[in-house]
Design a binder for this molecule. Sequence first.
Ligand code: ADP
Ligand code: MN
Ligand code: MN
Ligand code: MN
Ligand code: MN
Length: 354
Amino acid sequence: MNPHVSHPALLQKYLELPQGDKIQAEYIWIDADGGLRCKTMTLPGPVKSVDELKEWNFDGSSTGQAEGHNSDVFLRPAAIFKDPFRRGDNILVIAETYNNDGTPNKYNHRYQCAKTMEAAKSHDPWFGLEQEYTIFGSDGRPYGWPVGGFPGPQGPYYCGVGAGKVYARDMIEAHYRACLYAGVTISGINAEVMPSQWEFQVGPCPGKDMGDHLWMARFLLIRIAEEWGITVSFHPKPLEGDWNGAGCHTNYSTTGTRAEGGMKVIEEMIEKLSKRHAEHIEVYGTDNDLRLSGRHETAHIGAFSSGVANRGCSIRIPKSVAAEGKGYFEDRRPASNIDPYQVCNAMVESTLLI
Ligand code: ADP
Ligand code: MN
Ligand code: MN
Ligand code: MN
Ligand code: MN
């Protein structure tokens, strides 16, 4: 642990001080770079629902979200989670961003996602996202990699056990437990193919909740990594060479795909998706062309394909789903740096609303 970053033992005695009737609400929002920002407000007492929370604002010219001469951006509380750092009745709040004139901020993709999910609610869309990411040490190298060299080639690291095969398992465990405590619907974790690359899965979550839960899981990860002196990268191809990129596979189902005969509905949806490949790639992450090379378990960015149990396709139908004849399918195209609100929005638009 980097002693210049954090003094958890010193902090502990202060966190044990009673805080009176007051609670702390950490407002969290998405900035112009797809990063996260946060600031804290003291509230007079515990709250049960998001409607009890006040609208707030911040200086948008400091986050690339507004011009200097008209820089207030408003924070509208959207979802509440328990705060694993301050504990007790303290909360974490996902907030939507709005401009001075009341229109949604350019980086507020939750707004459109919520509208789309409302329009499609009779289909009850569910999502499960597999968030891959890479961790870096304070020296800017992938965390734990040998100084002045490289680890051995890919092979032993995916779901690995043992020294030299996995790095920072303590930090990953801390994140998993913090997600459970906060109320994030995290469904699992695994070490990835490239050393120092990990994955967590969130879902299934209905509609816009998917974005809320994934963004909260990302916030917890970045915030916990801060204590370890670790930087989290969501770049889809953090290292050139024979190292896997990082994606955010998007698993998707509706009442139609989950019901008897769902396989036919899945096939119809895949047909619709094949016609809108370019529109989807548009919102499937920056620099995704570096990752979707047709190698390293990806399909090439220039062509749409689908198949059962095939990890080299754009869309994969899990073997168990094909066997049962119903369930869900996986869009393997989204990169690790997507905004999940945009991806879920595109998925529902293309399969249900067009
Ligand atoms: P993979 O084999 O691709 O690595 P994972 O186990 O990592 O798969 O992730 C599978 C994801 O699928 C999980 O996030 C899970 O929540 C999600 N999932 C499971 N069932 C459904 C469903 N019916 N609809 C949407 N997502 C689902
Ligand atoms: Mn100030
Ligand atoms: Mn996975
Ligand atoms: Mn994976
Ligand atoms: Mn997957």
